[in-house]
Design a protein around this ligand. Structure first.
Ligand code: AGP
Length: 614
């Protein structure tokens, strides 16, 4: 989604803004722009549709001048992807410049009133309204801060806004309302920088402040001051910058997605680090916020997430039920938040998310909190809004995930949900110590087993050449591997744009079987499990209708091999741990199909890494 970077200090702003924009690219965007301002009080605007590199080439080797700058990457919500809609936006006289992430829900009403008062609009965006509102107040002798806070108080919806005014070339004002994604502020050595993303601040900051709902920041070279919308000063405690955020590089891989798939063994190890005591056969979750007494009061677990994080939650649901004996549900955040959910203090609500900034998940968490549920988050970005909202955070600790298609955070989410389930079971004694030890042993062996599974890419490349010719692919799985089928299909459609459908294999005969013919291959996830025979039946039903089948299954399973056209072999693990080994082959398959089709793997069209609008 939209990204914001702002700089004010003694240096020329553009080099830092340019680097910041590049670091924001992974969030997903369709156009980029910058405004710079110097002591001559003449703002300089540059915009381009496309990538940051298109913005840079539009400059023809020139650097925008000025020691204050605001940069923006736009992911279109209101208005097409055309130059006129690219940020920064200004009012009628071009003195105020605005960059924005979010949706101004009452923009039409505000815009119509402004038009009636004589304002002329040059874009189709909701953002432009903000510049006109500030401009109007400035023309009525309000000062910049008063005009900005008046604008902040009048707009509705979830929004992050940053603004400059040509008469104050040493000040950026920023605001946040609702769950519109984060904005972090860092001050160091006479310069203040603000950005939507820790990744953009990482090279310059050792500690940051996050702007909360209803807050304004006034950023100048001497520091950052914080206020509420009524102008009352606020004191904030800075958060340390997570260490693993400093380096963001492909490390020789062609794409971040491939790097992150290959990082999974290390990522899982890092999520487990210090949390598994093999000697005592116990899980040690120091960051778990609830006492044994509070765990004993829990009757139910609800796991919330969006997209890939929702599918990890669906795996988690099986783990919680089978290991802790508590009733568990997994629900997509966007559905949960609007259905008057019945949760109370006996419900543990666990939100799962890479970014901790997904608007749907944050709103679902708010809803759960409002209804008195206990709130835990599993999150990769420490200090994110989700971890600030929850009573406790189980941090994934897998470092930045840059590829828009989530991979290593799916793995870490499943790993932490497994540990959480075992941790609850330690308190309620639902499984025996022997079973717990067996699972812990299995979990700690996973990094090596996954590493071995994804070491040789030849089979994936070969299969990808063949699958990339199809327009529709069906993914089938059952039980704990049903969410793996959904995730495999999601990965493929996200990065290769092939239509892929994930389905519970037992449901196939209730409809999707009508689709099966030679033109619709099926990927069947069929590792050894209590549902293996049922999966085999589904595979036979596909074969009986001339469907081609690729199976993800046990490397020694000759029966499976004899039934299907191709096997992607995986090692044998405990049934509850099979998703950990069945998902990486599907990620690699999606990756190589996308490469084969020449797709932009790390930044697929229309997608955003953090979905900060509803
Ligand atoms: C997955 O590949 C997607 N990038 C998307 O479904 C993602 O998982 C979803 O938007 C949730 O993001 P979060 O984990 O940051 O909350």
């Amino acid at each position: 989604m939209c990204g914001i970077i702002g700089y004010v200090g003694p240096r020329e702003a553009w080099p830092l803004i340019q680097e910041g924009l590049q670091r924001l690219e992974y969030r997903g965007y369709d156009s980029a722009g910058v405004v710079t301002l110097g002591r001559d009080k003449k703002p300089e605007f540059h915009q381009a549709v496309g990538r940051v590199k298109d913005l840079v080439s539009s400059l023809n080797g020139r650097s925008p001048r000025g020691t204050l700058g605001l940069g923006h990457t736009r992911w279109a919500t209101h208005g097409r992807t055309i130059l006129a809609n690219t940020h920064p936006h200004t009012g009628c006289d071009g003195q105020v410049a605005i960059v924005h992430n979010g949706i101004v829900e009452n923009f039409l009403e505000l815009k119509n009133a402004l038009i009636r008062r004589g304002h002329k609009f040059s874009s189709e965006t909701d953002t432009e309204v903000l510049a006109h509102l500030i401009e109007e107040d400035l023309s009525e002798e309000k000062d910049f801060f008063a005009a900005f806070s008046h604008m902040a108080a009048r707009i509705s919806g979830a929004n992050v806004v940053a603004a400059i005014w040509q008469e104050e070339p040493n000040r950026i004002l920023g605001m946040r309302s609702g769950n519109a994604g984060g904005i972090a502020v860092a001050h160091r050595n006479g310069e203040t920088i603000l950005a939507s993303d820790l990744g953009a601040l990482a090279p310059y900051a050792r500690e940051v402040n996050f702007l909360e709902d209803g807050e304004i920041v006034s950023a100048t070279p001497t520091g950052a001051e914080y206020f509420d919308f009524d102008g009352r000063g606020l004191t904030k405690t800075p958060h340390p910058m997570p260490e693993n955020w400093f380096s963001v590089s492909k490390d020789g891989y062609r794409h971040f997605m491939l790097k992150e798939i290959m990082e999974q063994p290390v990522a899982l190890g890092s999520a487990f680090q210090g949390r598994v005591d093999m000697q005592c056969g116990r899980v040690a979750l120091e960051d778990f916020p609830f006492t044994e007494g509070e765990i004993a009061e829990l009757r139910r677990v609800v796991i919330l997430g969006s997209g890939t994080s929702h599918y990890a939650s669906m795996v988690g649901r099986h783990l919680v039920e089978r290991l802790s004996g508590l009733s568990a549900e997994a629900e997509s955040s966007s559905e949960f938040r609007y259905r008057e959910p019945v949760v109370d203090r006996h419900t543990l609500v666990v939100s799962v998310g890479q970014s901790g900034e997904t608007a749907d998940t944050l709103s679902a968490m708010e809803e759960a909190k409002k209804r008195g549920a206990r709130l835990l988050t599993i999150c990769n970005v420490e200090g994110s809004q989700a971890s600030r909202m929850a009573e406790g955070t189980l941090a994934m600790r897998v470092g930045p995930e840059i590829g828009v298609a989530s991979t290593k955070t799916f793995m870490a989410s499943m790993g932490l949900l497994a540990l959480l389930s075992l941790y609850i079971s330690q308190a309620n004694g639902f499984i025996t110590e022997e079973t717990r030890r067996e699972l812990l042993n299995g979990l700690t062996r996973l990094p090596n087993l996954i590493g071995a599974t994804i070491a040789d890419h030849t089979p994936y490349r070969r299969l990808a050449r063949w699958l990339s010719r199809y327009n529709h692919i069906l993914y089938l799985g059952r039980g704990i591997n049903h969410p793996v089928a959904l995730e495999g299909a999601l990965k493929l459609k996200e990065v290769s744009y092939i239509h892929a459908e994930g389905y519970a294999a037992g449901e196939m005969k209730h409809g999707p079987i009508a689709l099966i013919d030679q033109r619709m291959p099926t990927v069947a996830i069929a590792p050894p499990s209590g549902l293996y025979d049922k999966m085999l039946n589904s595979i036979k039903e596909v074969k009986a209708r001339d469907g081609l089948v690729v199976a993800v299954g046990d490397r020694d399973d000759q029966v499976l091999a004899s039934q299907v056209d191709h096997v992607l072999p995986v090692p044998r693990v405990h049934e509850l741990l099979t998703p950990f080994v069945t998902v990486p082959p599907l990620q690699l398959l999606a990756y190589y199909v996308a490469v084969e089709r020449g797709c932009d793997v790390d930044q697929p069209r229309n997608l955003a890494k953090s979905v900060t609008v509803e």
